[in-house]
Design a protein around this ligand. Sequence first.
Ligand SMILES: Cc1cc2nc3c(=O)[nH]c(=O)nc-3n(C[C@H](O)[C@H](O)[C@H](O)COP(=O)(O)OP(=O)(O)OC[C@H]3O[C@@H](n4cnc5c(N)ncnc54)[C@H](O)[C@@H]3O)c2cc1C
Length: 607
Amino acid sequence: MLTLKECDILVVGGGGAGVTAAVLSARAGAKVALVSNDPVGRGDTCIASGIMANGIINAADNPQKFIRDLVLCGEYLNDPSLVSLLVERSGEAVEVLEEFGMVFRRDREGRRVPIPFPLGGHSVARSLVTLTEGNQIGNALRGALYGSDVEVNEEYLITDLITGQDGVVGALGIDLYSGEFLAWSAKSVIIASGGCGALFAPFTSNMRSNTGDGFVLALEAGADLRDMEQAQFIFGISHPESLIGVLCGEPASAGYFGRLLDRDGKEIIKNPGKKTRGQVAAAMAKTISSNKVGPHGGVFLDLSKNRERLGPIYRKVLSLSRKSALDVVRFAYGEREAGCEKPWEVVASFHYHPGGIKVDEQCQSTVRNLYAIGQVQGGLFGSDRLGSVSLTELFVFAKIVAESAVEKVMNMSQPYVDTKKVGKIVESRRWAMGKTGAFRPVELKCRLQKLMYEKVGPVRNGVSLEEALRELACLDDDMKNVSIPSRQDYNTDWIDFLQLQKMIVLARIITRCALERRESRGSHVRTDYPKRDDARWLKTIVVKKDGEEFALHTDPIEHAWRDIESPGLMEQVPARIQGFFVSNLPGGLLRRILKKRLGGFVREDQH
Ligand SMILES: Cc1cc2nc3c(=O)[nH]c(=O)nc-3n(C[C@H](O)[C@H](O)[C@H](O)COP(=O)(O)OP(=O)(O)OC[C@H]3O[C@@H](n4cnc5c(N)ncnc54)[C@H](O)[C@@H]3O)c2cc1C
């Protein structure tokens, strides 16, 4: 007998976006349930480096600058209303996280201080950093959640959204231990299920629970997706095998003097520290496809010149802003590498999915009563995301969704859930239990991941994408020939199978969109169309449900960005002059200037 629970708002996902939306909605008086297949506070938020952009922290900043940086990085695909909201409300994100118990770095007077230089693609220094990272963020989220009235369902996997005449009316999930199904009737469902790094494992910095379910759940319920071809790759550990893909930096980590080299020691891009992630990934893709890579398939990030020119203070800044990266480098490569004396061989590791569920300014999808926030939401970042803005986005849009969803559900009656229809879905999900066949789902999952990295990963082109589609069709066939134990409790093969079904759909969506966009833009880099083509491709690719399948169409982008242009030559002059001085000043003088510039970020007792 299926248990059916009732709530006003059901949140899918226990990361930063989901927990915040759930807690704030409950505080505003809604009856909220949260479901997460991981323990709450896991997901990518719990491994984040804790760097968060804030548009009001630096007097030299203003909304126009922040908007421009976001749009230039997203190469004009960004949704204008979402960008404006983020920039207008970015200051609120830090308040939410501090109220949950995280503390951002401060100077002696107790004022929050940003990392004292602009991260790659930001035109001003606007990124704050938490005193501790990763797990502590997860703990703060757990604390906030368990101190609230939210009904928490940890280690439950949502398999389906339930739809009715009036849009989404609830969701169906499985208790991962008992294998029992449970359904919710909900006036609104908020998807906050994060990204899809598991598709590219092991070449990903993401948690393996991020299989991308949310994109497919939403599509199957009738919601549109956008920009699904975009896939951001940044620096990951190249060896040993157990650490492949773990995040060890991003373009900004290169600092003033860092260089990115191929195996012959040739620079593959100038000034990587000033470039966006998309620009650096494109240079890496070029080097990988010409096979000028190191013994582990990576390129070389050489930070030694920073150390030589700037002295120990450089290491100090790095360790205050990127502690986990240095820790993992030490663990993987050794002490001299962590000391930035020797280069690191880095692979292109999947980090972030800028595309996702299409939403309006209230985070409402194209289906009634279905909302999306966090990494699963699309539109804000267009084709590429600036570093440190994801955390800002999580908390800003979690606040927005809580405000709009709560107001709406207060005037709604509990929706009717057709339990007969849900019973049929349960039967179809149990279909594979007890089947004997040639493949274990985990084998097929590994095949999918290898295929995605090799053919739809950092290096992609028409040939590789067509091959990927053919191999995905074979995988679909092999899914009919799986072996799964018949027992219900703790049946991990069955759970793998259920997740893999959605992963294959998602892989097809990403591949079809990547094939469609015949240009390179942002984090979508095609070796056969290496240039951006505004004449043909200043538009978003939208994915729509079409019967049991999906269809693509393109939407022209609004002209809101027509005045935003890349910095012209004149505008680049001050940065160039600064660059010239930084490169040519004597080391001692440079270090003195730097110390002054670092102000409260590295206090004197920490030099
Ligand atoms: C190593 C690393 C460092 C980073 N550092 C930074 C940084 O310093 N600054 C910054 O701005 N960004 C950073 N990012 C990016 C940022 O951390 C993520 O984009 C963000 O945390 C995503 O939050 P989220 O709430 O959307 O998803 P997540 O935190 O990933 O949470 C998603 C949740 O959904 C659950 N879920 C998924 N599917 C289902 C399902 N079917 N049923 C139930 N539950 C489900 C998962 O279990 C998980 O709990 C970093 C990312 C990584 C990987």
